[in-house]
Design a protein around this ligand. Sequence first.
Ligand code: HSE
Length: 308
Amino acid sequence: MKNEVKIYCPATVANVSCGFDTLGFALEGIGDEMVVRKVTKPGVTITAITGEDLPMEAHKNVAGVAGHAMLEGIQADFGIEIEIHKKIRSGSGIGSSAASAAGVVYGINQLLETPRSNLELTTYAMKGEALASGNEHADNVAPCIYGGITLITGYNPLRIIPLPPMETVYVGILHPHIKIATKDARAILPKEVPLKDAIIQAQRLAGFVASLYEWDKQLFVESIQDVLVEPYRKQLIPHFDAIKVLSEQHGCIAFGISGSGPSMFAFAFAKAHIETYLTASKAYYKQQNLAVDTYASRIRGMGCMQID
Ligand code: HSE
């Protein structure tokens, strides 16, 4: 049995426009690394953080809180030391806090003689996510742990369904360099929504899920829309509407806010469309003196994995 593991934990896109707090998928090629080490000292000790300026005190750190929840949940007779090597920028909207929360619980699991289920790991990771966002949502931590695309059909009890992969879809991520705290992006949302909007959104989510099982491209495209959240949150993202138009002009078939933003995702059926769209939007933001990061990926991303 190993006493130390190195974990890769991917970036994720939550909500996917039609599934607020419900849908999410793992990205390829962008993720954090963590080292999780079994020690005799009880509790969680953070020994190193690179790439971001985050609290070293375990109770103030997403990974520390998630790790503590799991040690307590499994009644561990050991503690852990963790190193967190951030590649995903915090406040970027592609699941930075989720990667830390998911990575640590996945890492602890590799050190157990009797590993726990992905569902149980997700419940612990959600405790860490709650520290960052003020709310125990699982739409980033679930795909980070399970990989692929996940659907949450209930929080009480937690129920997660891995959905059929979107094999022929490419995704582009555009991250303008501003920070949006998930807590703030949740605070601006209305507490109640009109019934007609709730119906439209239920139809979109149902259509999206059905489109994956039957791989109905037309239904897929029509379903990725958001009348509940995007109208409020897009105001936090400079030039959101202009970038959406660019995505359409370059052949992308869907566009929306990634999680709580400011990152935006776009889908296309051809890699070239994502590439030209990302180049054009980067140039657009450069004219506005705003730096951006871009990522292009397939949507068949692996979840957390042990890399050493
Ligand atoms: N569903 C969450 C939200 C995801 O949009 O607030 C945060 O990344």
